[in-house]
Design a protein around this ligand. Sequence first.
Ligand code: PLP
Length: 368
Amino acid sequence: MTSTPKTKIDHVRLFLPGPVEVRPEILDAQTEWMIGHRSGEFANLYARMQPKLQKLFGTEQARVYIYTSSGSGVWESASRCAVRDDRKILHLTSGSFSERWAEVSQLNGKSVDVISADWGKAVKPEQLEEALKQDTYDAVAVVYNETSTGVLQPVPEYAEIVKQYDDTLFMVDMVSCFAGAPVHYDEWGLDVALTSTQKAFALPPGMAFGAVSDRVLARAEQIQFRGSYFDMLQMEKYHKKNNTPATPPISLMFAADRQLDDILEETIEARVARHQQMAEMTQEWATSVGFELFAEEGYRSPTLTTLSNTLNVPVSEMNAFLRERGMVVSNGYGAIKEKTIRIAHMGDCQPEHLEMLFEAIEDYLQQR
Ligand SMILES: *Cc1c(COP(=O)(O)O)cnc(C)c1O
């Protein structure tokens, strides 16, 4: 299992669906001198991030909270603050991440109903339409881009349906496709939209963003036990002062501030188009070398391509080969660990990085 790297490598580029490769400029931005989080400088940092975050979420109405946690913290926050004790939440599940959010709701004492699709498939809008006719829900929760399968759920279509129910809040996890797939918070009538830093946002892990509507805060007022650390009413109190209840990850905020500028400079439209282009490149290449595509046609993710491992590649052996060339991809998740290979092309990944990866995988396939 040896190969001669063509060029000297200084690190391993991650084609993993999180954490992803982070650009050196972003890594450097984290090394700013510390500031106190109750200082005016901090309030300025917080305040200048807001309009940029709102722009990426596509909202003028919602505020965006900064969570000192990975994405899972916002799940807990949303489930606790949006669903009353004697009501129910409907989760649409189609893979491991959406299943975990449903479990988080349940572990926080909420009554959960689930509509599930087979892994690799999307939950169809008609299924949601039917469920909302049958029963009343305080909230519907979906994962836009299911990271275990590479399926992009039809969120705009779900939104049209949920909009017809005034008391049903709509909550969307966008962790692995934020700014890589279209996001229109206001137009879609969302109530919670969340992302964390280490995936499509292309920062190191440790922070998450939650865009939250007035309707959620009104709902939270009706719930007695919302927890403490992730209580949105508490976050709102501090948000109004451009601050956070507890000490935030200031270094990550410096890096995020820089990344927000860079994303807006690229433009959201160009970023979404670049991801679509990389998805199509990956799909074309994968089928040309003999893999099949795991995700259902019409619902394939722009940020993550899941290959059915029809060539029976031992993924850990292939990764050992790739590592020597400074790259690594991901095996499957959970139940489909050995049967699939996941190639993430999210964040600041560029088409030329993928070309380098494809060449290396072809070299591996040839010599094995
Ligand atoms: C990774 C991920 C999360 C959250 O995971 P954390 O490790 O808590 O950031 C949530 N949803 C999706 C779709 C993810 O891919």
